[in-house]
Design a protein around this ligand. Structure first.
Ligand code: FNR
Length: 350
């Protein structure tokens, strides 16, 4: 709350994002993940108890090949969601990112909506999150606030453009990213926010020294539509399909996966989508909207059960695909169809 005890514009925006994202989740239907199939082979020789679903990224070995991606914090209302999500992270061992802590750097009264993440989960892998307009000094403040193990830097030009109060100048971003990667003593993950990435963007990030990229593609939470719902003038809903889907972004990353850890998020709905993203080369998969909805509608205990069931289901999928681990999964034969296949042809990706 501000001095007048009214939420600031930034605090109100955080509440809007959660409410509109929850509304979107209930309406999602088709997904580009449905354009991916696995080739079935009739023999499997791996031993179930030797299957390993752990994965490495951001200089760390993670038990789960999925994590709670950056979402929220910054208001009294959103603190409740960080309370639930960080409890889920603590109970299961999932890595978790906060939403952008930018608001807490300016409005100290909302800091506890972020620090609760570390308080609930003292030993877990926690990522702080900031936009790319922030410099190294703010990056250090963000990491300190959460005693974070890593920092996510988000790229979100479509969101800013459609956001009524959004930024209109992005020219410092690359320089900030380079300085943060060089100067911060925890790993940095650069992520999109649901618009996906091109190979060209990823090549630029690699040239800036970035070692972990979350392509965060279209197909789930859609920030053009969220920000469009928050504005009165100019209807930007025509841009509702802006950006690359998550599978398309993973195709974009194929030739770069030896140089950089690719993470995938955006529209991941199930263990099956996770396995498909891993097979396309992701080291792990981030979930936002789906887990937000799950803790909201079903509570932390039910979400915990789902997470542990997914871990088991992923193991069963590896058995079916004759793979001991995530690396072997990345050699699996995939069949692409429909718009995803067309995209691969258009971009000349084999
Ligand atoms: C987000 N996302 C996000 N990302 C980020 O880097 N910083 C942020 O502050 C936020 N805020 C935020 C709020 C809410 C309510 C949601 C649901 C999401 C974007 C998120 O990390 C992810 O990139 C996209 O949501 C796409 O993934 P899903 O939601 O389709 O799984």
């Amino acid at each position: 709350m501000t001095k007048e005890n009214q939420p600031s514009l930034a605090q109100q925006r955080k509440d809007d994002h959660v409410n509109l994202a929850l509304e979107q989740q209930s309406k999602l239907q088709t997904s580009a993940f449905d354009d991916i199939r696995f080739m079935h082979h009739s023999f499997s020789e791996v031993k179930f108890d030797q299957i390993d679903t752990s994965t490495q990224w951001a200089n760390t070995t993670h038990r789960f090949p999925f994590y709670i991606n950056g979402m929220t914090g910054g208001s009294t209302y959103t603190k409740q969601f960080n309370d639930s999500l960080s409890t889920l992270a603590h109970v299961t061992g999932l890595a978790m990112a906060s939403g952008s802590v930018s608001v807490a750097l300016k409005e100290p009264e909302v800091r506890d909506s972020f620090t609760i993440i570390r308080k609930n989960n003292p030993n877990g892998f926690v990522m702080a999150n900031l936009g790319a307009h922030h410099d190294l000094e703010n990056a250090k403040r963000a990491v300190d606030l959460l005693e974070a193990n890593a920092l996510q830097i988000h790229l979100n030009t479509p969101q800013e453009v459609v956001m009524p109060e959004g930024d209109r100048y992005f020219s410092t971003w690359k320089e900030n990213i380079q300085q943060i990667v060089e100067g911060l003593d925890v790993p940095v993950i650069v992520k999109e926010v649901g618009f996906g990435m091109s190979k060209e963007t990823m090549e630029e990030l690699i040239s800036l020294g970035v070692k972990n990229i979350d392509v965060s593609g279209r197909g789930g939470t859609n920030f053009v539509n969220i920000e469009n719902d928050r504005r009165d003038t100019i209807d930007f809903s025509l841009l509702g399909e802006w950006g690359q889907t998550t599978p398309e972004s993973l195709l974009e990353s194929l030739s770069l996966q030896k140089e950089v850890n690719i993470l995938a998020s955006g529209g991941v709905r199930s263990f099956y989508d996770i396995v498909k993203a891993l097979a396309l080369g992701a080291k792990a998969t981030g979930l936002s909207g789906k887990l937000l909805q799950t803790v909201h509608l079903e509570g932390v205990d039910a979400a915990t059960k789902i997470v542990l069931d997914w871990e088991k289901a992923i193991k069963h999928m590896l058995l079916l695909l004759n793979c001991h681990n995530i690396q072997e999964l990345q050699e699996t034969q995939l069949l692409l169809r429909g718009p995803l296949r067309e995209y691969a042809e258009l971009r000349e990706i084999d």
